[in-house]
Design a protein around this ligand. Structure first.
Ligand SMILES: [Zn+2]
Length: 121
């Protein structure tokens, strides 16, 4: 009898492991298509940026070196040359308390962030 209970218990554990593996496979498939969609968006943005840059370069008579210098200046604006633009915490204009950059309103008093960027991070 004990052997049967043990076997049933092991069978349940195997079924549970199979269900978890199946759920993980579905999750991996979802993440893969998320990555594929993001890659398509990045590709479209790169193409649009390249088109805009070539129009500006031709109309404003600026060079690729000018663009590279500006990219480096902006990259260094947060103190680190790492190919990223980091936005630090912002201080509420009403209560003066710091808020994380992802918040559009002050967590403490609810006042909307002043001077939001056209390039939200
Ligand atoms: Zn506030």
């Amino acid at each position: 009898m004990l052997g049967l209970l043990w076997e049933w218990h092991q069978h349940e554990r195997i079924n549970d492991a199979n269900r978890k593996a199946s759920d993980l496979n579905a999750s991996i498939r979802d993440r893969s298509s998320d990555v594929e969609r993001l890659q398509q968006r990045v590709d479209a943005l790169v193409l649009a940026n390249l088109a805009m840059w070539t129009i500006l370069r031709d109309k404003l008579n600026v060079t690729d070196a000018d663009l590279e210098r500006r990219v480096q200046e902006i990259d260094l604006s947060d103190g680190e040359l790492d190919g990223k633009v980091r936005v630090g915490p912002w201080n509420c204009t009403a209560c003066k308390r710091p808020n994380a950059p992802r918040h559009a309103k002050c967590l403490y008093c609810g006042i909307e962030r002043a001077g939001t960027s056209v390039f939200p991070v």
